[in-house]
Every structure is written in C-alpha cells, then in structure tokens.
Design a protein around this ligand. Structure first.
Ligand code: GCB
Length: 647
C-alpha cells in the first residue's frame, strides 16, 4: 500500500500520539554512544566475585558486603565480565549455584566528571541474570528484575561525595526464578531426610536451555550533559522514491531546548534536516533498508544526528546523539510478509546466546563468527529464541540486513499460577522494556511475546489477549506473534496474532524414527491452520538432534544422517506451501547449546546444524544449498552474478 506523502506524515504523527499512551516506563534507554558531548568508559575485564553459599543465601545482605571491599568480608575469586559465572571455575557448586552472587570492581573516574557538575554520569548494565542490586561506594543506586535487558542509574551525586574520584561498584545478582519471573521457574525443597541432606533444593525450569547467570553484557559508565537527549523514536516509510523518517525526541534536564535533527547518508552528505522535538524528514532518492540477499546493497543505514542546545542560569548545554536509521516498511497480508512492499520469505535460524566457557556472556569473536556463518549459510533472518539478545547483535543485524523476530523472555509459562496479575503486569512491563530498547532497529520486523506458553489454560486467554494488545499499542508499526507448539495452545493464541508461528518436531517427539509421516502430518497441520485463521504461517522451529560424528545409514535418530533426512522431508512441504501462505522456515537450532542435565540431552541439546564450537554438521550443507537456492528464487536480483554462492 503506497499512501501519498502527506497522508503518511499524518499517519506518523498519529502513531507517536498512540505510542505514549498508557506507558508503565518513564524515560528512554538509548544505546550508549560516544559523541562530542558524551563519553563512554567500559568496565569489561576482571571483577572480583564471591557466591553467597550461606544456607539462606542472605549472608551478604545481613553483613552488608557492599559497604566494604569484598575481599575484606571473605574469600574472593577473579571473574570476567561479561560472562556467565557457571563454567568459569572447576567448582560444580559454582556451575549449578542458585542464589546471590557478588561482583565488585574498583576504579578511579576522570576528575572532570567529579568537578564539573554539568556532567551527568550514568552507570549502565547491559544485562545481568536475573535480579540485580547495584551499589556505588556502598550507596544503593538501583535494582532491576529481568535477565536480558539493560538498566541504568545516575551516579554523579554519589561519586561527587568522594573528591578523589575513587569508585567501588558492587553488583549482587540472583538467578532464582519464581512462578512470577520471566522466564518462570520454581524452587523445590526436598524434605525427605532419608533421601536428601538438610536444606537440599532444586530449581525446576520449564525451558530447554541452561539457566546461565551472572553479568552477561557490558557494564559501563557514560556521560551526558545535564540537559540531554533522553530518547528518540523513529518510524519510517516511503512513497515512490521519497523516504520518510518521522521522529520524536524526548529531552530531560531542560525546560526548553532547541533541537536540530539532521539525516546523513553513508557518503556523509546531509539529506534532510529539521528543527524541534518531532517532525518528518523527507529523503529524496532514498536508499531503502533491504534484507541480506534481497538487494545488492543490503542493510543501508543513514545516521540521524540529534543536536540539543539548552541553557540555564549558570551555563549552556549542548548534547549530540547519533542514531543509525534504516528506512523500510513492514506489512502482513493473509498470505504474505512484506518488507518495502515486496514479499519476504524468512529462510533462517533460531539461535541462543550460548558458547563454551562464556555461557551467555557477550563475546565479540563469537558474534562475528556467527554472522559469518549466517552469511555462509545464506540465512536472511533469525528469531531471538527465547529472550532478547544483546543490542550489539541487533546492531550487526541492522548493518548486515539480517531480519529479526524479537522474542521476549516469556519462555516456559506452564504453571497456572504464572497467569495471574503479578505475572501479567510483569510481562507488560518487560514488553515495554523490550520495545523501548529495540524499537529503532530496522532489522526487527516482528515482536514475539512468548514461546510455547500453556495457552490452553483458562486464564491464558485474557493474559495473552492483554499482552498482545499492549505490545501492539506500544508499537503499531510491527506485527506481533507468539510461538506455539501444541494445537490446543495455537488455537487459543491464533485469533490475536498477526502471523502464526508453528513449532513441531514430527518424527522426533512424535512418531520417533518415522520420517515417512512428516509430509502428511505437516501438510494437514498447515492447511488446517490457514483455513481456520487466514493468516500467514512461519515454521518457527523444526529439527532433530544429531550427535556430531555419529553416522548410521539407513538413518537412525541422533545421527547426522537422520537430522538430514528430517530436514529434507520438511523441505518438501515447505516448497509446496511457500507458494501459498508459508512465509518462512527457521531451523531449530543454529548451533548445539547447553541445557540442564537430563535423560533426553547428551551434554546439551544437539539439534544444532553447527556444533557448539561452530563447526558444520552434514545438515548445515543441506540447508546452505537450500537457502542459497531460495535466495536466488525469491531475491530481487540476479543473485548468482552478485552473490556467488560458495557451494
Ligand atoms: C521446543 C522449544 C525449544 C527446545 C526444542 C527442543 O519446542 O521451543 O526451546 O529446545 O523444542 O529441542 O526440544
């Protein structure tokens, strides 16, 4: 649908009015970027660490460990940040630890941050799993619930109490999950003293990945002037060859401020500019943001420079923040997913943030390797199963044109008590945190509010209707889905979503060993759902475990041959249905990943097409051939000439 420019501008202004309605959160969460007015000081590296092994895990709070250097209150060990703590030591108690762990880092901050009161100093944690309490020099500056999203606190006043600039950051993190957290979990005490020692407990989780814990993403200081750009929202559109960037800037710390907004292209040319806190930038001869393998120049990003000037009785402030902006549209019909009004077929993967030693810790070599593998594979997309991934990963997606289905941490909502108001309010809050963080990424094309909840339970209907509606109100520009595995669950969620996301494991969890049933069962399932709801379908998970290096032919389960043949049977049906209403296929999983120990897992889940060390199994080559073929069929270009597939 191509509206005239004027109508599109009005639509954008209406959107901004809607976006602010009924928010639970106050303030923005812009990614910290250096500029002429902002400094960033990363605190990655070695921190000191202690797990609170006291029976009730409360010794640290009772003895106020945050008041003095951690090494004065007991033994400490080195701990890298960012990283999960679980696999760093040789101690099984640390690997499986549940409860509070304490991190500490001492440093000296630049004198001018202390002396210059017009500088605002913010401490930001990219993510820490799950509950965090933060102190600076013994003063509690913030706390946060939730393991996958950033939080921050203004700490200038605390730092200024010590003119030497010395600074001790203490972060206590607790990985205990309850029926009301996202994801939910439950602690069970085993009270049979003939079988378990005193105080023995286990944490039950209802999701299939290791509950890695610790400080998973960078901790850093950043500065802004006292009057600063607090948040920016952009919504993009285009009409013929004119791009439209509707923007809204929120300012804090000044009653009045002048704002200049400039859009700059890759060559450094200013292509549009405007003044004021909201407006629409018009870009002639626009370079749209296109997904990888659909255009010769995918992932085109403009830079939107926001320049604020303000003054109070004492001084003047200038703040500069530059946001990467990709101009693109997303729409859904009953049979298609449209990016820039062109049908887009997701041929991609599901991932996890997971690797040897680091667990869920952000790791640049791993991130870059994974993007190289995605491109090698010819994958154009992934789902952030089953929680929001690091902002740094989404920035890579923006730049490389990898399309993202952005999933909340609502995985494994299986207990009826997790559908009450406490959980619902928390879920709404988390959706706000997620949309606030990721709303400006062009790569993010859809929100997934949950994975495989027990939505067949009676209270789930109101629960999901509310979460989906809230998400749509927060962001009317992107479709919303939830991912389901059982037919019952799907039937409950499907009326509310824009796209039906189906997980199934035919010939694995059902009819194990019988790959011959896949095509019949998949066809029946698709036709039923599409006929009933007239919505496009994504195969959001399918796959089979393969222990690398295990071979049997004719294939049997857990071999590389079996994984291949499962995929090939699914692909037959995908090829029939993608001509109709199937809009994507995402393999489970990109790479093997760690899980809790159990009788169905051989040192983790082995459904990866790559090993955990990112080496290809036989299935990776099947998928690579397929994805490059799909890219050539569905891409807008003669891809063979532009993208020589490394087959
Ligand atoms: C699923 C889940 C995913 C599991 C996968 C499996 O349906 O969404 O988290 O890892 O199945 O391998 O069982």
């Amino acid at each position: 649908m191509c509206l005239p420019v004027r109508q599109q501008v009005l639509r954008a202004l209406w959107l901004f009015a809607v976006l602010d309605a009924g928010l639970l959160l106050d303030g923005g969460m812009l990614y910290p970027r250096e500029s002429s007015s902002r400094e960033v000081k990363e605190l990655s590296g070695l921190w000191v660490f202690r797990a609170d092994r006291s029976p009730n895990r409360k010794q640290g709070f009772d003895e106020a460990w945050y008041k003095r250097p951690l090494e004065e209150t007991g033994p400490v060990i080195d701990m890298p940040v960012p990283a999960s703590y679980n696999d760093i030591t040789q101690d099984p108690e640390i690997r499986d630890f549940i409860g509070w762990v304490w991190y500490e880092r001492e440093l000296v901050v630049p004198t001018r941050w202390i002396q210059d009161e017009s500088i605002r100093v913010v401490l930001r944690v990219g993510s820490a799993h799950y509950n965090s309490v933060v102190w600076v020099n013994g003063v509690n500056v913030t706390q946060h619930e939730g393991g996958h999203l950033p939080f921050e606190a203004e700490v200038g006043d605390v730092l200024r109490k010590d003119p030497t600039g010395s600074c001790r950051i203490t972060i206590a993190v607790n990985n205990t999950l309850t029926l009301y957290t996202l994801p939910p979990g439950n602690i069970q005490y085993m009270n049979d003293r003939t079988r378990y020692p005193d105080g023995f407990f286990v944490q039950s989780i209802y999701f299939d990945f290791f509950n890695y814990a610790g400080i998973h993403r960078p901790v850093l200081f950043y500065t802004t002037p006292k009057a600063y750009v607090d948040d920016i929202t952009v919504v993009t559109d285009f009409s013929d060859n004119t791009g439209l960037v509707s923007y809204k800037v929120s300012v804090k710390g000044a009653v009045t401020a002048a704002l200049k907004v400039t859009l700059i292209d890759k060559q450094g040319h200013c292509v549009a500019s405007s003044n004021g806190p909201f407006g629409v930038l018009k870009v002639q001869d626009v370079n749209l943001w296109w997904p990888y393998l659909t255009h010769e120049n995918p992932g085109y990003l403009y830079s939107m420079e926001v320049r604020l000037s303000a003054a109070d009785e004492r001084t003047t402030y200038e703040d500069v923040y530059t946001l990467p902006v990709g101009i693109r549209t997303v729409n859904v019909t009953s049979t298609q997913f449209l990016i820039n009004n062109k049908p887009f077929y997701f041929h991609g993967v599901n991932k996890h943030e997971d690797s040897d030693i680091r667990g869920k810790g952000l790791d640049w070599p791993l991130i870059v390797k994974d993007f190289n593998l995605l491109k090698w594979l010819g994958a154009n997309s992934f789902r952030t199963s089953h929680y929001p991934y690091a902002e740094e990963i989404l920035q890579m997606c923006d730049r490389h044109g990898i399309v993202v289905i952005d999933e909340s941490p609502a995985v494994g909502i299986k207990d009826i008590r997790s559908f009450g108001n406490v959980s619902l309010n928390h879920h709404l809050f988390v959706m706000e945190e997620l949309v606030r963080r990721d709303k400006n990424h062009p790569s993010v094309v859809m929100w997934s509010v949950a994975n495989e909840p027990a939505s067949e339970m009676p209270p789930a209907d109101y629960y999901f209707k509310t979460v989906i509606k809230h998400t749509r109100d927060l962001d009317p520009t992107r479709p919303v889905t939830f991912v389901s595995s059982s037919n019952f669950a799907r039937d409950k969620g499907a009326p509310y979503v824009d796209v039906i996301c189906i997980n199934n494991y035919f010939s694995w969890y059902h009819d194990p060993g019988h790959v011959e049933v896949i095509t019949l069962q998949l066809n029946t399932e698709y036709d039923n759902w599409h006929e009933k709801y007239k919505k496009p379908i994504i195969q959001s998970e399918y796959g089979a475990d393969a222990v690398p290096g295990v071979h049997v032919d004719p294939p049997v389960m857990f071999t590389e041959e079996y994984q291949k043949v499962v995929l090939q049977n699914y692909h037959k049906v995908f090829d029939q249905k993608r001509a109709q209403y199937l809009i994507g296929e995402l393999i489970w999983n990109f790479a093997d990943f760690m899980t809790t120990q159990g009788v169905t897992r051989v040192v983790g889940n082995k459904k990866g097409i790559f090993t955990r060390q990112r080496q290809p199994k036989a299935a990776a080559f099947i998928l690579k051939e397929r994805y490059w073929r799909l890219a050539n069929e569905t891409g807008r270009l003669p891809l063979w000439t532009k993208y020589p597939c490394p087959l």
